[in-house]
Design a protein around this ligand. Sequence first.
Ligand code: BGC
Length: 356
Amino acid sequence: MAMIAQQIFGQMPDGRNVELYTLANDHGVEARIMSYGGTLVSLRAPDRNGVHADVVLGFDEFAPYLAQHPYFGSLIGRYANRIAGASFTIDGKPYRLSANEGRNHLHGGRIGFDKILWDAEPAESAEGPQLVLSHFSRAGEEGYPGNLSMGVTYTLTAQNELRLDYSGSTDQTTVINLTHHSYFNLAGAGTIHDHLLRLTAARYLPVDPELIPLGEQRSVQGTPFDFTVPRSIGSRISSDEAQLQLAGGYDHCWVLTERSGAFALAAELFDPMSGRALSVFTTQPGIQVYSGNFLDGSIQGKQGQRYQRHSGLCLETQHFPDSPNQSTFPITVLRPGENYRQRTIYRFKVDQQTGQ
Ligand code: BGC
C-alpha cells in the first residue's frame, strides 16, 4: 500500500524536533526525507532479483547530519553551485554574499537551504504520497536580496519516480538556482566506477582551478566528457585530461541539449551488477555531475561504511554555475510577480541486461 509515515528523527540545537517522513509505494520503493535540509535520508529500490538496497549515501542517525558533511541528500539553495567572488550585480546594484569556499560562494553559503528546518506537511495525491516543504527566507540572508517564499514537494509515484517540484517567489529582484544533492550508488556499496552513464548533452562547461566556469561551452566529442552513449564512469575518470585533473574526477556542468524550459530526459545511470537503473528528467538547462571526488574515507556513513573517493554520484539538475556573473549563460534572475518553477524526476527501474 502506498503510504506516508512520520517519526521524530532528532532535535535541532535549539530543541526543535526534526521529523522523518517515510514515503512508500506499492512496488516496495521507499524514500525517507527529513525536515532538516529537506534531506533525502534513504532511498530503497529493488534489484533484478527483487532485493532492495539503499541507493543514496548518508547517515543512519540524525546527529552526523548536524556536523560538517558534503550535502548528502540535501536540498541546495538559494543558489546551487558556485558564485565567483561571492558577489554579483543586478540592475547595476552590487551584492556581496557570504564566502564559504575560499573567496567564492558555494551552495547557498554558510547556512544554505541544506541547514534549515523546513516546514513539512505530508499529503496524499492521486500520483502518490507527498511531502510538501516550505520555507520563508528573509531578505539579506547570506547576502541575497528579496524575501523569498520557497516550496519543494517530493512525490513518490506508482511508477517508481521520486519527483521534486520546486517553486519560489520574491518581493525584490534576486537570483535563484535550486537543486537536490543525493549521492547515488545503485549497487548500494563500493564505488560508482562500473556504473554506466549516459547524458543528453553534447557540450559541457570547462572550469578554472577554483571550479568556476570559464564561460565557454566545450564540445564533449573525443573527450572523457562524452557520455552521449552509455560509458562506464571509471573508464576515463583517471585520464590525464586537464579538466579531470583539476577536479579529481567529474565535477562539471553539462549543457542539456535542445531545451527552453521543456521537461526532458537528462541522464541515465545503470549498475550492470544489480540491474538497477535510474533515469533523470528535468526542466533545468544543466546537470552538474559530481563523482564524489572529495570523499576520502574520513566520513563514516550508513552501517559503518567509510565513504571513499567516487563512492557516490551526484546528478544535480540546475542552472549553470556562476550565471549571475556570466552574460552568455541562461539567466537566473527572479523578479517580483514572477514564479520560479522547476521539476526534476528520478525514475528507478530494473534492467535485465548486463551492460556492455
Ligand atoms: C560540487 C562539488 C562540491 C560538492 C560538495 C558539488 O555539487 O560540484 O565541487 O565539492 O558539491 O559536496
